[in-house]
Write a protein that binds this ligand. Structure first.
Ligand code: ZN
Ligand code: FE
Length: 257
């Protein structure tokens, strides 16, 4: 089974999972990009499309792909998509081509955002998390509260450490600039940032990334640690409880240049 980040627009990834015959696509914001990839890989049938949330950079290709391939679309029960979709929500199990995938509700970036955590025999698990968890960062809070996002990230962070995290954007380097400002003494973070700088210099994706790495370097998964807490409090002195510390970190990132 192959797992591929297909670049789209300036920094999106459309994730593709396939064997010799069958293809699944996640968050196809650009239908032409998927169809061009399929033309280079003849013999593959696009069977399923899974959508994490309603934003256009994740759904803009749905209509063209459904018309061209007849693929079945699964997406969040609470969100409207440009095509008819089979609604999914937290706790639901999907099966595809030997993979067993659990739907996880992760509100915060959008109100109905879902993630897909997938397992297959003999393979490291795969997490399609859309715009909720990024390497070194997390999504902006467009429709949800800091408390919701913190809880959503807690759910994802509790998955097995060998889970391959498939984020929908290549935001890693700018996220790591912020992470280093928040936690300059984190040696794992420094080493990871150097690794990602090299990958990007070679125009390689930094993703997928192991969840265990994210737990070691991502400030939004580490906001309860004393070092992160005091950094957030220097930026926002009133932040005392865990939700306000997390909110202070998210606001600091919004303002960070
Ligand atoms: Zn989004
Ligand atoms: Fe996005």
């Amino acid at each position: 089974m192959n797992l591929i980040p297909l670049p789209a627009f300036s920094d999106n990834y459309i994730w593709l999972l396939h064997d010799e015959l069958r293809l699944l696509a996640v968050d196809p914001g650009d239908g032409a990009a998927v169809l061009a990839w399929m033309a280079q890989h003849p013999g593959l049938k696009l069977e399923h499309i899974w959508v994490t949330h309603h934003h256009a950079d994740h759904t803009g290709g749905l209509l063209a792909l459904v018309q061209a391939t007849g693929a079945q679309v699964h997406g969040p029960a609470l969100e409207k998509l440009p095509v008819q979709h089979l609604p999914v929500s937290g706790g639901q199990i999907l099966h595809w081509n030997g993979w067993t995938c659990e739907v996880i509700d992760v509100p915060g970036h959008t109100a109905g955002h879902v993630a897909y955590w997938c397992q297959a025999a003999g393979q490291a698990p795969v997490l399609f998390c859309g715009d909720t968890l990024f390497s070194g960062g997390c999504g902006r809070l467009f429709e949800g509260t800091p408390a919701q996002m913190l809880q959503s990230l807690d759910r994802l962070a509790a998955l097995p450490g060998d889970t391959r995290v498939c984020c929908a954007h290549e935001y890693t380097l700018s996220n790591l600039n912020f992470a280093l400002a928040v936690e300059p003494g984190n040696a794992d973070l420094q080493a990871y940032a150097q690794r990602c700088e090299r990958l990007r210099a070679e125009l390689q994706p930094t993703l997928p990334v192991d969840l265990s790495t994210e737990r070691a370097i991502n400030p939004f998964l580490r906001s309860r640690l004393p070092a992160l807490r005091s950094a957030a409090q220097q930026h926002t002195p009133g932040a005392t409880d865990e939700v306000s510390v997390f909110a202070a970190l998210r606001q600091w990132k919004n303002d960070f240049r």
